[in-house]
Design a protein around this ligand. Sequence first.
Ligand SMILES: [Zn+2]
Length: 423
Amino acid sequence: MKRRLIALALLLALSFSHAAPAQESTQRSQPRRTAVRAARMLDVRTGAFVNNPVILVEGEKITAAGANLPIPQGAQVIDLGSVTLLPGLVDCHTHVLLQPEDERGAPPVVTKSQAYRTVQGVAAALKDLEAGFTTMRDVDSEGAGFADVAIRDAINRGIIPGPRLLVSTYAITITGGHMNNAGLNLADSRDQMIAEVRREVKYGADWIKIYATGTLRHVDPTTLEPLSQMSVEDVRAIVEEARRWRRDVAAHAYGGDGAKNAIRGGVRSIEHGMLMDDEALRLLVEHGTFWVPTLTVYLPETPEDNTDLRRRIVASHKQVFQKAMRMNVKIAFGTDAGAFEHGTQAREFRLMTDYGMKPIDAIRAATLRASELLRMEKQIGSIEAGKFADIIAVEGDPLADINALQRVRFVMKAGQVYKSTMK
Ligand SMILES: [Zn+2]
């Protein structure tokens, strides 16, 4: 399976590198016109289905979308039959350079070369794209340096297929803290933190990622308080420096003081947050901070993982998620793909709805809401004229059966078809 995917990636890469220049020149003279049609389309804004939709695409963008639109002469017609069309999905928390096996045993930074990890990252990006994720915010290269910048650029130049990536290169942490061993990116003083933001932006970071709290091994088993890694002044210094370069900050924060410091310090999103108390949730609302819960990745997968502490953390995650929904916290879809198998992250939808979110809201979290978090709401997140032609098709009705999102049959990104397994 893996070998087949890598072969496919190489094949695509080859055909793309040959096709790119010719296509560019035709695009300059006359953009390629395509009409995508199917049985129905989910309008993520209204939450209603549009029957017999036609989406008109010119080059990379959508020019019109609606029921039974006339198809212009000369347009290539892609008729997908009985499926449901949706906008391309957005995963706001991935690690394209991480593999599930890296989460067990020695950190990948000491067991694998960066070159090998980059090759794995190329294959991972294709899996994620084929699962319907046309845009991803990748939050920490996990010790693989600036390889995420290379993968992003190779995708943008059409050398390899993959989602549109927003990358954060290294994540900033403290000595002894989360990713101390694997991330190798320590900043203990505020001056070091500011210098690190500059270095990351210089080498291509789109986002800044910080570890505002520790990880599971830093959670107090009695109080469930995670280790706070940064003061509010630390966070503020990072956020202000990032802002000078027009970058936003995402904070890994389980809860406690670390999460509150991150929110008060001005980060744009809190990642994980499963131990946040009511005050932290109120702060999220007050500051308009997004929350990216990443529910699935904390479910114990092996008997060794299934500890009392883990069960309490998962229970708290569910409770916080339900409270956050009631309080209208801005919840954006994110999964931590890479810590588990790439291309399987649509499982997160299932857990979100199991915890009580309406299917349409779970889909909005991965489209409209996610695009807002990324400040890309004018470009992605819905099927509307002027936006990138990021279109996926699933079998069945995703509002009646959210698992339909795990059956992606067609993927178009910026007007290019990357997957089509229609009968
Ligand atoms: Zn992560």
